[in-house]
Design a protein. Structure first.
Length: 92
């Protein structure tokens, strides 16, 4: 694993912890697979959960995740895609 992969893996775990805390999930953050879907079969999130996550991400990282963003389907595909989007756009 390269240093960059280790950094992104650490950041993915940070985002997983953020999701677990924001949504009060019973799932431990370390059990959230980076490639598992956030909706449906994966974590089973819904649109209200996305709003909660968006609010926390905005406060912590300064990334605005807007409900009308056409890329939301991709951004919220998995923990990995969400973490990559936040890492690319964060201001904090």
């Amino acid at each position: 694993m390269s240093a960059n992969q280790a950094d992104s893996s650490t950041f993915e775990q940070e985002i997983a912890q953020l999701i677990v805390e924001a949504l009060n999930l019973d799932t431990p953050a370390e059990s959230v697979a980076p490639e598992a879907p956030l909706f449906g079969e994966g974590l089973g999130l819904d649109s209200i959960d996305v709003l909660e996550i968006s609010l926390v991400v905005s406060k912590r990282y300064g990334v605005q995740l807007r409900a009308d963003n056409q890329d939301n389907t991709h951004i919220f595909t998995s923990l990995r895609t969400l973490a990559a989007h936040i890492a690319q756009h964060r201001s904090k």
